[in-house]
Structures are given as C-alpha cells and as structure tokens.
Design a protein around this ligand. Structure first.
Ligand SMILES: NC(=O)c1ccc[n+]([C@@H]2O[C@H](COP(=O)([O-])OP(=O)(O)OC[C@H]3O[C@@H](n4cnc5c(N)ncnc54)[C@H](OP(=O)(O)O)[C@@H]3O)[C@@H](O)[C@H]2O)c1
Ligand SMILES: C[C@@H]1O[C@H](OP(=O)(O)OP(=O)(O)OC[C@H]2O[C@@H](n3cnc4c(=O)[nH]c(N)nc43)[C@H](O)[C@@H]2O)[C@@H](O)[C@H](O)[C@@H]1O
Length: 322
C-alpha cells in the first residue's frame, strides 16, 4: 500500500478504546509514532452531543477512529432494536459532526457486513449496498451503520473532508464479549465449550440450524487493515474488510470444540434464529492494495482461546454485559 497520510506525530482519537476493536486499534497504533487520545464512557458519553463537541474541540485531534458503538450478536440485535438503532445513530452523528466542526482532517468510520441485503450476491461487492431488503434480525443496526457511512460520504462531498468508511466482517479475538445471550457466535461457542469441558458435560448446544455461513477475521488483522486504510485510502466509497473465506456454523462449532478440547456432542437449538444464510464479502478492493490477514481461522481461534482462558481465570473477561 502507498501511504497518502502519515500518522507520525499526529493526535489520534480512538473512540471506543476499551472495546474489542478499539483496544486492538490502540495496540496497532503504537507502531505509528502518534499520540493516542482516549476517553472512558464515564468521562465522555458519546450520546451527549454538546459533551462530544466540547471534548473534541478542546483536544483538537488530527484524526479520529470511530470504533465506539452499541454492539451485539444476532439475539441482542433482534431483542433491542431501539437501542441498536438509536444509540448507533446518535454516537456516529455526534462524533462525525463534532469532528467536522473541529476541523479534524481524517476520520475512519467502522460499519459492519450486515449493511448488505439479506440475499446479496456472494461474495458481496461494495456496490450491493441498498440493492435489496435487509436481514430482519439486524436491520436496525444495519440502518444505523448505513447512515454512518453515508454521513462520511456526505461530509466528504459537501465539505471536502477525508472521512472514509470500512465495513468489517464478523470479528473475534482478545477483548471479545463472552456474554452468552448478547455475544457473537465465536465467543459464545468458546465459552460454552470451555464451561462444558470443565463441567464434564457431554453436550454443547448451538443456536439455529448450523447451516448459515459466516466469514471471520481476527481483530488484530482487522485493526491492521483499519490503520492501513487510514494511511492509504482516501476514496468516496466504503471498503469491505474481511478474510475472503467463510465456514458453516456447525463446522465452526467443531473447530472451536477441537481448539478448546471439548469432545462431546454438538446439538442444535432450532428455536434460535439463523439470520442471513451467507455473508461472505468481496474483499478485492482491500486485497488489491496488497493487504492480507496474518491469522488462519484455526490459529486465530487458538490465540483467542489463550486470551479467554487467561482472563477468565483472573476475572477479567466480559461475561455479562449491559
Ligand atoms: N465485533 C464484531 O464482530 C464486529 C464486526 C463488524 C464491525 N464491528 C464494529 O467495530 C466497532 C467496535 O465493535 P466491538 O466489537 O469492539 O464492540 P465492543 O467490544 O462492544 O466495544 C464497543 C466500544 O464502544 C464503547 N461505547 C459504546 N457506547 C458508548 C457511549 N455511549 N459512550 C462511550 N463509549 C461507548 C464501549 O464502551 P464501554 O467499554 O464503556 O462499554 C466500547 O468501548 C463497532 O463499530 C462495530 O460495529 C464489530
Ligand atoms: C457482525 C455482527 O453480525 C451479527 O449477525 P450474525 O452474523 O448473524 O451474528 P452472530 O450472533 O455471530 O451469529 C452468527 C450465526 O451463528 C449462530 N450461532 C450458533 N450458536 C450461537 C451462539 O451461541 N451465539 C450466537 N450469537 N450465535 C450462534 C447464529 O444463529 C447465526 O446463524 C449481527 O446481528 C450484528 O449486527 C453484526 O453485524
């Protein structure tokens, strides 16, 4: 990738620095020689418009990474539609507008692969956006994320600012949310397999039919891609960020079980939703820059499980989230 924007000696605000993605971006940015600005939620609630305007005006970052959001898996998205739509809309509008007011030159907004239609062509190219109905379990979150990427595009077109958007696929890794009801599939299955192994249980239950396919990316690879885009991408269109490979949920469950060392039976719970049948993104726009992920799924899962075991023993893993 050719660098167009240097982060050296820049002041970079990472919104959401305590989350899985934000903390990975902070780790990755340490190689860039920049000053990293952060604010905990108690210091700055990103839903507070005047607070966000004031905080950004006082700190004057050069660049902003917008990795703060209300995030959850399929059931959380389906259960709390108002929270997922309202909180995400307000966080992104506050941060993007306040950044523009304070003359922040560069901003990267993080969306999600759920922005695409439920039955989009596979692999999903960036131009599949707004070509069909969304997956009902996460349409609220998807609409907020579409608004966020459109807001970046609108500020770019009207005001000429260099605000870009990345759409990451399903992510996993250190710092994930392991709440059994509100998490994504990998942390949920990892915790279920770990607890079943410790308890000597003979069965583990996965949600839905096990047939949906998903694409996964280790969060450190995602953070590396985001920082690469921040330095080298300056386009009007959003960029898919993924591994380019997908796997059926039942196969994923078997892989997680083998990484954890759970040898029992895997059962289905058909009362839980499957969600979209397949969500593999076309990552050629990103791969054309030369960027590639470093983790294979199995080695990424081993890394994530090593992190989980260490932190669950110390009481530092997120097992119950609000
Ligand atoms: N995880 C995935 O599979 C995935 C996939 C695609 C895209 N993404 C995107 O990546 C970004 C980060 O996701 P993540 O997985 O890192 O989620 P996460 O672990 O839940 O982190 C979200 C972060 O946002 C912060 N936050 C939320 N509401 C806030 C508020 N009102 N004020 C201040 N801070 C607030 C949280 O603060 P607290 O620590 O105080 O709660 C947390 O630090 C999101 O934009 C998400 O859409 C994630
Ligand atoms: C990246 C995120 O993807 C999310 O969709 P989505 O891929 O279905 O998110 P997940 O919650 O990871 O679920 C992926 C698939 O795994 C199945 N699954 C099996 N067992 C489990 C389990 O124990 N927990 C969970 N959570 N799933 C499980 C689930 O039914 C679904 O088919 C969106 O709701 C968000 O908006 C976001 O975009």
């Amino acid at each position: 990738m050719t660098d167009l924007y240097s982060l050296k000696n820049k002041r970079v605000f990472v919104a959401g620095h305590r989350g899985m993605v934000g903390s990975a971006i902070v780790r990755r940015l340490k190689d860039e020689g920049c000053e990293i600005l952060t604010a905990s939620r108690s210091e700055l609630d990103l839903r507070d418009q005047s607070g966000v305007r004031r905080w950004i005006a006082e700190r004057k970052p050069d660049a902003v990474v917008l990795a703060a959001a209300k995030v959850g898996g399929i059931l959380a998205n389906d259960t709390y539609p108002a929270d997922f739509l309202y909180e995400n809309l307000v966080i992104e509008t506050n941060v993007i507008e306040a950044s523009f007011r304070s003359e922040v030159g560069k901003l990267i907004f993080l969306g999600s692969s759920c922005i695409y239609p439920k039955f989009a062509p596979q692999p999903i190219p960036e131009d599949a956006l707004l070509t069909g109905p969304l997956e009902p379990t996460n349409e609220w979150y998807a609409i907020a994320k579409i608004a966020g990427l459109k807001l970046c595009q609108a500020y770019r077109r009207q005001h000429g600012v260099d605000y870009i958007s990345a759409m990451p696929t399903n992510l996993y890794g250190p710092g994930d949310n392991f709440d059994l009801e509100k998490s994504h599939v990998i942390p949920a299955l990892m915790r279920k397999a770990h607890e079943a192994k410790l308890a000597g249980e003979k069965q583990l239950t996965i949600w839905g039919s096990g047939t949906p396919k998903r694409e996964f990316l280790h969060v450190d690879d995602a953070a590396d891609a985001m920082v690469s885009l921040l330095k080298s991408y300056s386009g009007d269109g959003h960029v898919n960020v993924g591994s380019g490979e997908d796997i059926a949920i039942l196969e994923l469950a078997k892989l997680v079980a083998s990484v954890v060392g759970f040898e029992g039976e895997i059962r289905n719970d058909p009362t839980k939703p499957d969600g979209t049948p397949r969500k593999l993104m076309d990552v050629s726009r990103l791969f054309e820059t030369g960027w590639r992920p470093k983790y294979e799924l199995k080695t990424g899962l081993e890394d994530a499980y090593a992190w989980f075991r260490e932190h669950v023993e110390k009481g530092e893993a997120r097992l119950n989230v609000a």
